[in-house]
Design a protein around this ligand. Structure first.
Ligand SMILES: Cc1cc2nc3c(=O)[nH]c(=O)nc-3n(C[C@H](O)[C@H](O)[C@H](O)COP(=O)(O)OP(=O)(O)OC[C@H]3O[C@@H](n4cnc5c(N)ncnc54)[C@H](O)[C@@H]3O)c2cc1C
Length: 453
């Protein structure tokens, strides 16, 4: 049994490791277009901030660990075509064809690529995307020249925010351009405003609701022009407009696509082609609350989908149980997290949502350094079902743990009032007898009762 995997990041490596774990007799080959198998690109902002000074530390596993787990890695090689009728792929090394590889089963894990920002000047020196290890080296080299005083970041999603933090830590004056009305459009505007305040408190100039329209070279510097007459001149421009699936290789082979051009897969991560599976940022993601495919390109999801694809490629029957879009991001002193649906998504999906914001302390106030948490709970008014949650507070206030309680409750289809029944941990330095999650759930219940009355 020869399992061939295209792509050696979160999804591809998870698939290979799982296949070998279940069937140590299987031969697993992973073709990787770059020389960074199993690197955590999620860590790029922390490499660029200097908090993780050595890029090699970003490897989830070393190449030696991967090969000793039985994975044959073909690095710096690109699959240029899949020939499903022959169970073969064509491979190039640089631009030189090195031949064909046959497979019994194939997993496509080609990831995502930056959205094409329709922005004149993208190709100018000093303008960088941030999606790959190589992208990060180019930014790193530019910063290392020591003459970057100001940077413009185009895009106020989580990568733009993490990079605003990272570059500020490097002593660079940052201007952030964001097209959406508030930063981090995956959380509600009330949270977006607090995040903008946090950015400004750390010296970031936030231009929100401003679309970058052009980048122009300006005597060794770069001027970014935006709507509303906004104009900022800087030495470095980072463009982080979001991503789209990198699916063309599969599409050319006849693989069907769905949401946002992502590869269509069933819950076993099978494509429409015989013996061809796909996983990670190149595929659609089953949404557990919506019971429908969506596109949620996240490392957490890529790992799980890859594991399912690897298991099924060697004969398993594992079902991908679905994503909730659970996410947490740290911006300066704040952590912001979300899971499930927000009010507008829930309403569009036919629910009758109410979202209630409340505040609670992360631990008992009599113990030093209590931190307030803001929690927004979304639940269905008709059924009381929990639909989603958002949380914001100090980054050391266990935001990630708490959003994961909501995520686990959502995963199991719980009602909001069921959260109060959970036996959660407590000691005064770390929590309260009613955890902040439960206090927020009870605030939601009271509001729902008031609406019903
Ligand atoms: C800066 C940054 C920060 C992030 N932070 C987070 C975070 O905090 N939390 C989170 O959950 N997610 C985060 N993400 C998203 C996460 O990194 C991705 O969801 C995840 O990497 C997707 O894994 P993947 O294996 O599907 O694809 P990718 O990581 O995109 O890898 C694709 C792989 O395919 C290979 N490849 C592509 N085409 C070919 C070809 N034709 N032939 C051979 N090989 C090919 C590439 O070389 C690569 O190995 C972040 C992403 C970035 C860029």
């Amino acid at each position: 049994m020869h399992l061939l995997i295209v792509g050696g990041s979160d999804a591809g490596i998870a698939a290979g490791l799982r296949a070998r774990e279940l069937d140590p007799t299987s031969r697993v080959t992973i073709v990787v277009a770059d020389r960074f198998p199993n690197y955590s690109i999620c860590g790029l902002p922390f490499y660029l901030s200097g908090e993780t000074p050595e890029w090699r530390q970003l490897a989830h596993r070393t190449t030696e660990e991967l090969t000793s787990a039985g994975l044959d890695l073909l690095l710096n090689q690109t699959v240029t075509a899949i020939l499903p009728s022959r169970h073969e792929v064509r491979v190039e090394d640089g631009h030189v064809a090195v031949g064909s590889l046959s497979y019994d089963r194939l997993v496509v894990a080609t990831g995502a690529q930056p959205l094409p920002a329709n922005l004149p000047g993208l190709g100018l020196p000093g303008v960088f995307p941030l999606h790959t290890m190589d992208d990060s080296f180019r930014v790193h080299d530019r910063l290392a020249r020591g003459d970057v005083e100001r940077a413009v970041i185009v895009g106020s999603g989580y990568i733009g925010l993490e990079m605003a933090d990272a570059l500020t830590q490097r002593g660079v004056q940052v201007s952030l351009f964001g097209r959406s009305a508030t930063v981090l459009a995956t959380v509600d505007p009330s949270f977006g405003h607090i995040i903008s305040d946090e950015l400004r408190r750390h010296g970031v100039d936030v231009f929100q609701g401003v679309a970058a329209e052009a980048i122009e070279a300006d005597v060794g510097r770069l001027t970014v022009r935006g709507s509303e007459g906004t104009e900022v001149t800087a030495e470095l421009v980072l463009v982080a407009p979001g991503v789209q699936p990198n699916a063309s290789l599969a599409v050319d082979a006849g693989v069907e696509t769905g949401v946002r051009g992502a590869i269509r897969v069933d819950r076993h991560m099978r494509t429409n082609l015989l013996d061809v599976f796909a996983a990670g940022d190149c595929v659609e993601t089953w949404h557990r609350v919506l019971s429908a495919p969506t596109y949620l390109p996240l490392g957490t999801t890529a790992h799980k989908q890859g594991r399912v694809a690897g298991e099924n490629a060697v004969g398993g029957e594992r079902v991908f149980e679905g994503s909730l879009g659970t996410q947490v991001v740290k911006v300066f002193e704040l952590a912001i997290a979300r899971t499930g649906l927000r009010d507008p998504d829930a309403r569009a999906a036919g629910f009758d949502p109410i979202t209630v914001e409340s505040e609670a302390w992360d631990h008992k106030q009599y113990y030093p350094n209590p931190r307030p948490l803001r929690i927004r709970v979304t639940g269905d008014r008709r059924t009381g079902r929990l639909l989603g949650a958002q949380m914001l507070g100090h980054w050391q206030a266990e935001i990630a743990k708490r959003i994961d309680v909501f995520a686990a409750a959502l995963f199991h289809g719980m009602r909001v009032d069921g959260l109060s029944d959970l036996d959660l941990s407590y000691t005064p330095p770390l929590g309260s007898p009613w955890d902040a999650v439960q206090i927020a759930a009870q605030a939601w219940e009271r509001a729902a009762l008031a609406v019903a009355a």
